[in-house]
Design a binder for this molecule. Structure first.
Ligand code: NAI
Length: 257
């Protein structure tokens, strides 16, 4: 089966680092024309061996309507259209409800839900004019089963799932598919999993059927499939890419733990 993404124009939000940066590089490796959106980008590697060379960069705050429209207009000017949009940008706001300040709660929704809303709204007309497209939204395992002190994040990611379903229905007539995906535990700056004491890491890994940390490539593999023709009949779905966090009650028993 060919997952041919050559010359597709792909926008990945929040792609300056973390999972988004790898998603962008992986689409570029498939031959796509990739544009990364982010608040800022690191200085280019002076050695010139920067793997991001194949990825164009556009500064964009996904929570700001003017910034989003300007960024999407810039991509349209450079590439005429956008075939695939990956709404990866997100922030984590942690804390019990009793302690979360309103401004932090709001920021979490502005970026995680507002960002998906604004960028999808700005990109959809290009896809409608082209008669097709793919929108792929970062939800989270937290949208399925939340943790203590994850009210803002988990609620925002649940909202992403419902927004995905509504967008799928509204954009279906133009052959635009809209899906969400739920990663489990990918060690990044956002969560600091890799820096936790070994015992805490073990406790978390014991919740997985595939007892290893998820990698950004595990996520990118799914997204490349979802962006391809092979996934043309999948829409409005939430794809679990958590390594089996939901598959059974005590997965560690299979490992004798
Ligand atoms: P990260 O914190 O390493 O990267 C997030 C990127 O989004 C950063 O480059 C940041 O600058 C950018 N960003 C934040 N606010 C922005 C804004 N207003 N406008 C534009 N860009 C903005 O996070 P990570 O871990 O790579 O997560 C990526 C996505 O995957 C997020 O949506 C996250 O919620 C989701 N996710 C991550 C999981 C994990 O285990 N790391 C698990 C489940 C979901």
């Amino acid at each position: 089966m060919e997952l041919d993404l050559r010359d597709k124009v792909v926008v990945v939000t929040g792609a300056a680092r973390g999972i988004g940066a790898v998603i962008a590089q992986r689409f570029a490796a498939e031959g796509a024309k990739v544009v990364a959106f982010d608040l800022a980008f690191p200085e280019p590697d002076p050695a010139g061996a920067d793997a991001d060379d194949a990825v164009e960069q556009v500064v964009c705050n996904v929570a700001d309507p003017d910034s989003v429209q300007a960024a999407v207009d810039e991509v349209a000017r450079r590439h005429r259209t956008i075939d695939v949009l990956v709404n990866n940008a997100g922030i984590n706001v942690e804390g019990p409800v009793a302690e979360i300040e309103w401004a932090r709660w709001k920021a979490c929704f502005d970026v995680n839900v507002g960002g998906v809303f604004l960028v999808s709204k700005a990109v959809a007309p290009l896809m409608q004019a082209a008669g097709g497209g793919r929108i792929i939204n970062a939800a989270s395992f937290a949208a399925i089963v939340p943790s203590v002190a994850s009210a803002a994040y988990a609620a925002s990611k649940s909202a992403v799932v419902q927004l995905t379903r509504v967008l799928a229905s509204e954009l279906g007539p133009w052959d635009i598919t809209v899906n969400a995906y739920a990663p489990g535990m990918v060690p990044t700056v956002m969560n600091g999993f890799a820096e936790m004491p070994a015992e805490s890491q073990d406790r978390l890994l014991d919740t997985l059927s595939l007892r290893r940390w998820e990698t950004p490539d595990d996520v990118a593999n799914l997204l490349i499939f979802l962006a391809s023709d092979a996934a043309s009949y999948i829409t409005g779905a939430l794809l679990d890419v958590s390594g089996g966090k939901l598959s059974t009650q005590i997965p560690a028993r299979a490992y004798g733990r």
